[in-house]
Design a protein. Sequence first.
Length: 702
Amino acid sequence: MSELVEPAGTAPAEPAPAAPKKPAHRGWPGVGPQLAERLAKIDVFSPADLILHLPLRYEDETRLTMLADVRPGVPAQCEVEVLSCEVTPPPRRQLVARARDASGEVMLRFVHFYPQQQKQLAAGSRLRIFGELRDGFFGAEMIHPRLKPVAAGEPLPESLTPVYPTTAGLAQSALRKLIAGAMRHNGVRDELPEALRRNLNLPALPEALHLLHAPPPSVALIDIEDRGHPAWQRIKLDELLAQQISLRRAYAARRAKNAPGLPLRDTLTRDLLGQLPFALTGAQARAFAEIARDLASDHPMQRLLQGDVGSGKTCVAALAMLQAAENGRQAVLMAPTEILAEQHFRKLTDWLTPLGLEVAWLSGSRKKKEREATLARLAAGEILLAVGTHALIEDPVTLPGLALAVVDEQHRFGVRQRLALREKGQAGESPHMLMMSATPIPRTLAMSYYADLDVSVLDELPPGRTPIVTKLVAEARREEVIRRVHDACIEGRQAYWVCPLIEESEALQLKTAEETYEMLSAALPDLPVGLVHGRLKNDVKSAMMDAFVSGQLKVLVATTVIEVGVDVPNASLMVIEHAERFGLAQLHQLRGRVGRGAHQSACILIFAQPLSQAGRERLKAIYEHTDGFVIAREDLRIRGPGEFIGARQSGVPLLRYADLEEDAALVDIARGLAEEILRDAPRVADAITARWFGGRANLLKA
Ligand code: ADP
Ligand code: MG
């Protein structure tokens, strides 16, 4: 591929693992710190980023329509002269102006307005207005039209007006000016050979960008709003190339690293298998075999263990940790919440104490003295296994023998935290990483979030589970639900009662939890009721969980602190209040807290009317489906990939324009092309990834 255009300059063939792009909002010429701060919110950190900030849609301001010709419901631009303007008296304070052109009159109405608009609407002003006409009480009117004061005879714009994604405090007009400026001063070049582009029937990158930012009126709106247009295809191909190149580089970088080879010795691992009260499911055995093979290699494993709630991931993790231990090396398990970490600690202690192994416990709640003693023994390599919260990645923790790090509910952790864990190993060595998640990530998405990840799937639940019955119940029937809780507990079962999610206010959430607790304690005088929420001190929280695990407490009122991982097989009833407020993944996780024993379990979703469209769809999905993978797909459909599992926070660059499913044909092209580019023109590879990911590319490796 000798025709590839190598960019000028002396970029190194392999980019140094650049420091993550700091959100230092210092700006650049013409962009001060305050503006830079706002631009950072839309992921724009440089003029080059501005160029890739593409319109969501367009408005056609290249034409004027006479008022008499405007069709209702179709946005149009008219040029009018203001006849009069007034602010109506309270309580319905509105800015109302009358204006006309040669064909008729129109009322312009503003429910919210700024002094600036009042000034623009002074009688006698000439304005271009853009909006939709509708029939109002006083004849034709436009609500909140866009206004642009003009001089008589001012020429019309020659291209469609782009509408960009933006953020509070950053006006469309300002953003347009910035982007137009960046387009003028910071050229982009197309590194792909012309012949190749012609073969694919794609325009050059600069042309594609120009067309999308400033489409000439000859281009039909529907053509460029449909992202199948060749200009969009060219952009998407570039983005996919950047992704494929990063994935390949991440893979190569990992293969170049050393990890401790941990052959399966069938000593401790076999002891555990012999001692577990159950046999592994086929899926567990398969997943462990895949992991065991990776661990034996002297390149670091990077594997995601996906399995629906209750599929038995913990025990697979325990086996992997023992494979490290039977080689005399250390392994840790990190969990996102105190409750979950403690539960893992107990389970591992139960399983491993009989094998003569000690498990260390690290969390923020340990007393300083105990903690220091534990740290010293870990540092000396006297203890091989540790379980903890993010306390594990704090500074004083040293794990000289670290060979395997397991991260449970890994999506709850940021990329940086996973990186920090990896850094705990010996210099010159990378530990094997096993990530676990019950929030199934469709494979295509996994590929774009976590580059270069192998995936094992637990697609089978342990036997003897009875399916959970899901019920949707309107708020008015709360009494019935309380009776049901009572009956279940009298029969010896236990129940969770999850309080409504109140995202805006933690204080309010706490109050609701306390009130629910009071209400249930009063309604169920013969049953011991407990309460857990995030504000409780850790020892109180764990005492409360203990009491529930041991069956002393029959009903546990909880906020979402119990969302992940908690395992109390005797609990057979899960009640979720204001279920319509919860995300699908959350509902699925919560429901997964029951149905863990042999008893018939139920999940009762209490909802309040009116339901939003998305709320209704979520309840329908959770009611109809029990398979976590199907639910994840529904979740993705309802929410769109951008918000899926908070991936934005992970720092990993998402695909902004291309869609791995919809643009599958382009993905294939990009895959082949990426290989050629890396082989023949590494600097081109640098240029493409820098364009799309800037300094963030290295986060792909976490
Ligand atoms: P998750 O995948 O949600 O983390 P857990 O590891 O908490 O699931 O396992 C759920 C429950 O199933 C636990 O009580 C665990 O001991 C039990 N379990 C795990 N594997 C098996 C198995 N093969 N047969 C029976 N029970 C199992
Ligand atoms: Mg779990």
